[in-house]
Design a binder for this molecule. Structure first.
Ligand code: ATP
Ligand code: MG
Length: 191
C-alpha cells in the first residue's frame, strides 16, 4: 500500500474529533500504563504523517509510575500541542519526550518538545479560558475539579527552544490503595 498524505491527514482529523468527544465525556481514571499505550497509538499515526526521521519520540518512564491512576485523556492534548504548535513548522523536525517518575509528593509526568516554543504573552494565554484553544484550559480545569489544589500543571516554554509541560498528581495506585468509592465519586463531576 502506498503512503497517501491526504488519507493520513483525514485519519488524523477524524481521530482528533473522536478524542475531543472522549475528552468531553464523563471523567474516568486509568492506570498511567494505559494512557501511555493510548499515546503510543496516537503517535504511531503522527509518525506516519511526519516520517520517523522528522518526529522522534523518546520515552523515559519509571516502571513504578505506570500503576498510578490518572485521569484518562490527560496527555493526548499535550502531545498534540507539541506536534501541532511545537514541531510541525520545523523543517528538520524535532523530538517529543514523554517522562514519568515518582517523587516525594506524588506522580510527575512531563511532555516536552524541542520545537518553536512560546513567547511570554502566549504562555500566559495558553491556559486561560479566554485563549483561542480549549486543550490546556480543559486539562487545567479537569485537574482542579478532580484534585483541587493537590495537582499542578506548569508550563515552561522558551521561544525557539521548546516547551515543557509538567503535571504533578497525588499518588493513587491502581486497585487497593484507593479509598472505596473514590473514582465513582469523582467520575461524574464534569460533562
Ligand atoms: N508545545 C507547544 N509549543 C508551542 N506552542 C504551544 C504548545 N502548546 C501550546 N501552545 C500554545 O498554546 C496555545 C493554547 O493551546 P491549547 O491546546 O489550549 O489550544 P489549541 O491547541 O490552540 O486549540 P485546541 O487544543 O482547542 O485544538 C496554542 O494555541 C499555542 O499557541
Ligand atoms: Mg491544543
Amino acid at each position: 500500500m502506498r503512503f497517501d498524505p491526504d488519507k493520513a491527514r483525514d485519519v488524523i482529523s477524524k481521530l482528533a474529533t473522536i478524542l475531543r468527544r472522549l475528552l468531553n465525556s464523563p471523567d474516568s481514571f486509568v492506570p498511567l500504563r494505559e494512557e501511555v499505550e493510548f499515546i503510543d497509538n496516537y503517535l504511531d499515526i503522527e509518525v506516519v504523517r511526519f516520517g520517523p526521521d522528522k518526529l522522534r519520540v523518546v520515552k523515559e518512564l519509571d516502571p513504578a509510575s505506570l500503576d498510578v491512576m490518572v485521569p484518562s485523556m490527560l496527555l493526548q492534548p499535550l502531545v498534540e500541542n507539541s506536534i501541532k504548535h511545537g514541531l510541525s513548522s520545523m523543517v528538520e523536525g524535532g523530538s517529543i519526550y514523554l517522562r514519568s517518575r515518582l517523587s516525594d509528593s506524588g506522580l510527575v509526568i512531563e511532555v516536552e518538545d524541542d520545537g518553536v516554543g512560546m513567547a511570554a504573552t502566549q504562555l500566559v494565554e495558553s491556559t486561560s479560558t479566554r485563549g483561542a484553544g480549549i486543550g490546556m484550559a480543559n486539562i487545567s480545569e479537569r485537574l482542579q475539579v478532580l484534585y483541587g489544589d493537590t495537582a499542578r500543571m506548569t508550563i515552561d516554554s522558551h521561544e525557539g527552544k521548546g516547551t515543557l509541560v509538567r503535571i504533578r498528581l497525588p499518588l493513587l495506585q491502581a486497585m487497593g490503595a484507593v479509598p472505596e468509592g473514590f473514582y465513582e465519586e469523582r467520575s461524574s463531576t464534569r460533562r
